[in-house]
Design a protein around this ligand. Structure first.
Ligand code: HGY
Ligand code: MN
Ligand code: MN
Ligand code: MN
Length: 417
């Protein structure tokens, strides 16, 4: 279905880019990067900026018990299930200016264009900013969308702590108190009619193929584990090697064994150790504790379950004198999007003469947890060299505007003009 021509023209590339660059100042780090942890003062400052823009448009604002933020554009039928769009505002610690936040601002820009084009949709449209998608400050990611969708109880992560020892619950309560002026909704309400998330691809395929739009067909599965290797602190100069319970050495043995388990010439099973902590972390002391993260990904549910379930046994067998605990902190199975949203995205891209590709997502997204609730889908735009989770992450104003025009048209189709 072709979008009304005035809608496409109403999407303002410069206005969207200016908002993105203004947001990028909140948590700016060298190299054009951003470090904006969830539930931080910076996060609250960014949300206030967004709320201000939304209220200028006449949108109403609400939140919930996990601080998910909703910006509502009314339809002609206020009781109709809304079409939901959005993404996340928190960033990686060494992140970029576009991951997550573009999806939120694309939703705002699309709604503004719909209003300026004078298009009255039957369904309301809501723009959401999900809490803690990245899991950078508090692991795991996607806490906001997992709690909102009922995938996990909202108190599942109360005792998770950040590097400073602050619990998620304490940070959340502080945040909710600071935003006590916002009306709060029960989780999962109102149940959406459909969900569309716009996001940079975070991979190389669209750019390499000279393509404008990724029509996302699904998201591979992810499992996160935290491994603790417990040994004994000893003097580095006097303790014979044979008597040591060296947590670092056993961590290295465990990771080497896991590499053998997850070696995958097809580069499909992805295994990453991204975070390592050592205690007491002193150069002349044998470490008594080594803690490391495991991020395991695969598009096939059975492989993800089989390889992930094997991790504890492989680690135990590799140890020489230490003990280990393995805790799974994130478990998101692969999802395939039902045709409704990908098809609407494809129609919108085709009507605008854009080159598109149906493709799965290697990155996880909040959309994963909307799948059981409603037809869901995502729109990707290219990013330079496929780089993300790094300050040099970049998509051009033109590329992002194309994505927002497709989003606007898909929202109008799904919301029923
Ligand atoms: O880790 C991910 O896949 C997402 O980018 N947070
Ligand atoms: Mn993201
Ligand atoms: Mn990310
Ligand atoms: Mn995401």
């Amino acid at each position: 279905m072709a979008a009304p021509p005035n809608l496409i023209a109403a999407v303002d590339e410069a206005r969207q880019w200016d908002r993105l660059m203004r947001m990028a100042q909140l948590g700016a780090i060298p190299g054009d990067g951003v470090n904006r942890p969830c539930l931080s003062p910076l996060d609250r400052e960014a949300r206030r900026l967004l709320i201000g823009w939304a209220r200028e448009l006449g949108l109403t604002v609400a939140t919930d018990g996990l601080a998910n933020l909703f910006l509502r554009h009314e339809g002609t039928d206020p009781d109709a299930a809304p079409v939901l769009t959005g993404s996340h505002m928190d960033s990686q610690p060494n992140g970029g200016r576009f991951d997550g936040i573009w999806g939120v601002l694309a939703g705002l820009e699309a709604v503004q264009a719909i209003r300026e084009a004078g298009i009255a949709t039957r369904r309301p449209i809501e723009v959401v900013a999900w809490t803690n998608e990245e899991g950078g400050r508090f692991a795991p990611g996607c806490m906001g969308s997992m709690a909102w969708s009922g995938f996990r109880p909202a108190d599942s992560w109360d005792s998770v702590t950040d590097a400073a020892g602050t619990t998620f619950r304490a940070a959340l309560e502080e945040h909710l108190a600071a935003e006590a002026d916002l009306p709060r909704r029960p989780f999962g309400t109102p149940r959406p009619h459909a969900y569309v998330e716009a996001h940079i691809e975070q991979g190389p395929r669209l750019e390499a193929g000279g393509l404008d739009i990724g029509i996302v067909t699904g998201i591979q599965g992810s499992r996160w584990f935290t491994v603790e290797i417990h040994g004994r602190t000893d003097h580095a100069g006097t303790t014979p090697l044979g008597q040591r319970k060296d947590a670092v050495q056993d961590m290295l043995r465990a990771i080497a064994a896991l590499n053998a388990l997850t070696h995958d010439p097809a580069d499909v099973l992805r295994f990453t150790v991204g975070r390592v902590e050592v205690f007491p972390n002193a150069s002349n002391t044998v470490a008594n504790l080594a803690r490391f993260s495991i991020d395991l990904r695969h598009p096939d549910k059975d492989v993800l379950l089989k390889r992930g379930d094997a991790i504890p046994g492989v680690i135990q067998a590799a140890l020489r004198g230490c003990t280990a605990t393995v805790t799974e902190t994130f478990h998101a199975l692969p999802v395939t999007f039902r045709p409704e949203v990908p098809d609407a995205v494809e129609r919108a891209a085709a009507a605008q003469g854009l080159k598109s590709l149906r493709m799965p997502s290697g990155a996880f997204h909040d959309a994963q947890f909307l799948v059981p609730l409603c037809p869901s889908g995502m729109i990707f735009v290219p990013c330079r060299d496929g780089v993300s989770h790094h300050p040099s992450e970049y998509s051009s104003p033109e590329q992002l505007a194309r994505g927002t025009r497709v989003l606007a048209a898909a929202l109008v189709e799904l919301a029923g003009a």
